[in-house]
Ligand binder design. Structure first.
Ligand SMILES: CC(C)(COP(=O)(O)OP(=O)(O)OC[C@H]1O[C@@H](n2cnc3c(N)ncnc32)[C@H](O)[C@@H]1OP(=O)(O)O)[C@@H](O)C(=O)NCCC(=O)NCCS
Length: 427
C-alpha cells in the first residue's frame, strides 16, 4: 500500500472515536458575515456542515451579517453609530436590515439545497428559521439608547430542540421579535452565546480572526488573566468567554481557514483555541477498560527498553495499582504504585506520559498523585528502578540508593541485565 493510502487509513482511524463521541450532540455554530461573502468558501463550508449533519450532529447555525448590513446602509447613505461591538439600530435602518438578512437567508437556503453529486450529499438538508428567539430592547446603557438593537429575552427551547431532533438545521439570523411584535436587530455572536447556554449545547463553535497569542486550550479564568495582554479588539471579542459560561466547550476556529471546522472536531488538538469549563484532563484510578489505552501508551517505551515489558494479562491483574490521565476519553498518562506495606515502602512504576503531552508537568502531577496515595497507605518511602529517567526523578526529590534498600521480594526479582538505577524518596 502507498504511504498516502496508509495516511488516509490512519486519519480515518483517528477520527472514528470523535464520530462516535459527537453523535446526537448539539453544536451552535457562529458564522460571521465575512464567510458568506465568498461563494466558494460558503459552498465548502456548507458541505462540511452537511457532513456533520449526516453524522447525526444537531446544528444551530447563527449567521451574522455585519459587512452586508454595513454595505447596504452605506448604499442607502445612512450613517450609524457603534458602541462596540454593538450597532445602534434606528427605525429607519430596519427595512434595509430586513432586506439584507432576507438575502443572506436565501443565499444559505440555496447553498443547502444545492446537490453536490456525492450520493449522501445529494438530498437537500432542510434549513429552517423560526421565531425561537424572543427579543427585548437592549435599552439605555451608560446613557446610550440602543433603540432597535435588541438582545435575547428568552428562547423557545422545546420547539428549537424539536426542530433539531426532526432532522433539520436551525438557522438564526440577526433579527428577532419581542412579545409586543416589535422587530429588533441582535448581535449574532451575543445571540449565539445566549442560545448555546439556553440550549445547554455541547459545543459553541465560533469562527474568528482573534486567535493571535491564544494558547490551544484554556479555562475562562486563564483567559481572564490573559486578557490584559491582548489587543483591545481581542479583549472586546473574548470578554464574554471570561464569564461563568455554562457551555462545556467553546471552540474558536480560525476564520482564515474555514476547513479548520472539521480539523478541530475530529482531531485531538485541533488548530484553533478551546475554552473549556469542564476539566479537560483528569487523573483517576484505572479500570479494566483502560488496559488497551495503557498498552498503547507503554508499548513503544517497552520496545525502547525504557519500561519493563508487561503482558496484557499482568496489566489486567494489576490494574487497580494504576492511575491514569484521561483526556477526551484517551489515556495520555499512567503510573502505578506497588505497596510493600510491611516495610512501609512502595514502588512507583510504569510512569509514562504520551510524547505529545510531555513537558506540561503532567508527569509531575502523576507523581504527586502517587505520593498522596502512598501517604494514605502509611508508606514512608517511595522507590523506583529506572534506566533512562534518573535525572527527572532526582529533580523531583528522589535520591540514588543501593539495591540493598529494596524489600526482599523486590530484590529477588531484580533484573541484573537491565542494570537499572535504584532511586528513593521519603514521602
Ligand atoms: C519522564 C516523564 C514521565 C516526564 O513527564 P513530563 O510530563 O514530560 O514531565 P514534566 O513536564 O513534569 O517535566 C518535564 C521536564 O523533564 C525533562 N525530562 C523529560 N524526560 C526526562 C528524562 N528521561 N531525564 C531527564 N529529564 C527529563 C524535560 O526535558 C523537561 O525539562 P525542562 O522542564 O527543563 O524543559 C516522561 O518524559 C515520559 O513519559 N518519559 C518516558 C517514560 C519514562 O522514562 N518513565 C520513567 C519510568 S522509570
Amino acid at each position: 500500500m502507498q504511504p498516502s493510502e496508509l495516511d488516509f487509513i490512519n486519519t480515518l482511524r483517528q477520527a472514528t472515536p470523535y464520530v462516535e463521541r459527537h453523535r446526537g450532540k448539539t453544536f451552535v455554530l457562529y458564522l460571521p458575515g465575512e464567510l458568506m461573502s465568498d461563494a466558494e468558501t460558503l459552498s465548502q463550508l456548507v458541505q462540511d456542515i452537511r457532513l456533520l449533519h449526516n453524522l447525526d450532529i444537531h446544528i444551530v447555525l447563527a449567521a451574522g451579517a455585519t459587512p452586508q448590513i454595513n454595505q447596504a446602509l452605506e448604499k442607502a447613505h445612512i450613517a450609524w453609530q457603534q458602541h462596540p461591538p454593538f450597532r445602534i439600530t434606528t427605525a429607519e435602518m430596519l427595512p434595509i436590515i430586513q432586506q439584507t438578512v432576507g438575502k443572506i437567508r436565501s443565499q444559505l437556503e440555496a447553498a443547502f439545497t444545492h446537490a453536490t453529486g456525492q450520493p449522501l450529499m445529494s438530498q437537500p438538508i432542510p434549513l429552517l428559521s423560526g421565531n425561537w428567539v424572543i427579543a427585548q430592547p437592549k435599552g439605555v446603557i451608560d446613557g446610550i439608547d440602543f433603540q432597535h438593537t435588541g438582545k435575547l429575552r428568552k428562547l423557545q427551547t422545546t420547539s428549537l430542540k424539536h426542530t433539531l431532533q426532526s432532522g433539520n438545521i436551525a438557522l438564526l439570523t440577526p433579527l428577532a421579535y419581542s412579545l409586543t411584535g416589535e422587530l429588533f436587530n441582535l448581535n449574532t455572536l451575543e445571540q449565539a452565546i445566549a442560545v448555546a447556554q439556553s440550549l445547554q449545547a455541547d459545543k459553541l463553535m465560533i469562527y474568528t480572526h482573534h486567535l493571535n497569542n491564544l494558547p490551544k486550550q484554556l479555562t475562562p479564568l486563564e483567559l481572564k488573566n490573559l486578557l490584559p495582554c491582548l489587543s483591545p479588539a481581542q479583549q472586546h471579542f473574548l470578554h464574554p468567554f471570561t464569564q461563568d459560561l455554562q457551555i462545556k466547550r467553546v471552540h474558536l476556529i480560525d476564520q482564515a481557514e474555514p476547513n479548520a471546522l472539521l480539523y478541530d472536531l475530529f482531531t485531538l488538538d485541533g488548530k484553533g483555541s478551546l475554552i473549556f469549563t469542564d476539566r479537560y484532563h483528569q487523573i483517576r484510578p484505572a479500570n479494566l477498560d483502560d488496559v488497551g489505552g495503557i498498552i498503547h501508551l507503554i508499548e513503544p517505551l517497552e520496545a525502547q527498553g525504557i519500561l519493563v515489558k508487561r503482558s496484557r494479562e499482568s496489566l489486567e491483574l494489576e490494574i487497580e495499582r494504576f492511575i491514569v490521565i484521561e483526556r477526551d476519553q484517551q489515556i495520555i498518562g499512567c503510573a502505578a504504585l506497588y505497596p510493600h506495606l510491611q516495610q512501609k515502602m512502595g514502588e512507583l512504576a510504569c510512569l509514562a506520559i504520551d510524547p505529545h503531552y510531555q513537558n506540561q508537568a503532567l508527569g509531575e502531577q502523576l507523581l504527586n498523585a502517587i505520593e498522596a496515595q502512598a501517604k494514605t497507605l502509611g508508606i514512608q518511602q517511595l522507590f523506583l528502578l529506572t534506566t533512562q529517567s534518573q535525572h527527572w526523578f532526582i529533580e523531583h526529590g528522589f535520591q540514588p540508593a543501593d539495591l540493598s534498600i529494596l524489600p526482599d521480594e523486590k530484590k529477588s526479582l531484580y533484573n541484573f541485565q537491565r542494570r537499572s538505577k535504584v532511586l528513593v524518596k521519603t514521602v
